[in-house]
Design a protein. Sequence first.
Length: 399
Amino acid sequence: MTGAASAYYRLAYNLYLIAHNGANIQTRLLNRLRNAEHFPGTFFETQVAAWLIRAGFELDFENESDRSSSHCEFTATHPSSKARFSVEAKSRYPGKDNKNPRRLNVGRQLRLALEKNANHQRLVFLDLNHPVTSEQQAQRILDRTEYRLKSVEGLRIEGQPAPPAYVCITNVSEHYFPEIPQTPIVASFYGFKIPDFLGPFPTIREAVRARERQSEIFMLMRSIETHSRIPSTFDGDLPSSAFSDGTLPRMRIGQFYLVPGPDGNEVPAQLTTATVDTVSREMILGYHDPRTDKAWICKAPMSQAELDDYVQFPDTFFGVHLRQGSKARTPIELFDFMHESYKNTPKEKLLEWMANAPDFDDLKDLSQPELSEIYCERCVYGIVADQERKNSKSSDQRS
């Protein structure tokens, strides 16, 4: 999809989400979209609303005709925790020069956002609106922007220290490249005067506690990462299924299919587990026949459309959330992976594995949840230390 088509469908889908989820699309909002001067900022406002809706938040738009005081764009409420955020969206006006990232005046945009009255914890979205064509270029601009935000934490509003805010820095630039497909869309979160947000933390478990205290924002981060692109279908079905000719069913874990059994004869069996070999372009499918209690594994070829869907949505490709061997990029991601495996391990087994720990007597008094976290944390520390030793040894050999 070209940049022009993507931008067009993005706006259409944003407006659809806003209307479909019960928020009234005000006439004033549509009028601003029709105004060339106001279009960039209003377009970004619809994008922010769409991101929040897809993350599960409920939106309450402010009355734009109320001129008695300044106010944020809308209030976002998390349905489970009922945490509320005053949301402000600012998009940089590109002006005459789009080639020099040093001109990205995020300090001014942040000030304008923080000057608005807010009844709840502030959540500010700042779009750099800068033309980029590679992930590397986008990352350099994000790094420069975060450095700039750190340098303005002494900002004062009406003589008082500026209030804290969660800041989401984004760059959506597909509209600059109408003929180029798939320009990068990036988003990075920063805790403006919120040191408890992304650390650094002295231990992994303290980082986990901080994440729990701010779970709504971390959920939003994951959702934006997952939903940066507009979907190909309104109901969320995968394109390879929605646009197929119907001759082959989509494989969903838990469903029954008529498949060759261990003896080669076709039997109705339940799909219990599955993964994909991307090299051979095959699905590896685990079946179980409840009538005979037999289980076996089959392989099935994949179309290019199915393979494309799997690459983009590996954990949900088979209809349920099934972790598909994604690599842990950080120690806390490695902790999450290990904790998912050991969070229900009996306390006695954990103590058996940690019998040689110097603080074993203290560990015996801990609860199973505490012990499982400590076990996983220490495993991560060991893995990281071992990797650092290997890297150091490899570096010494090269020198």
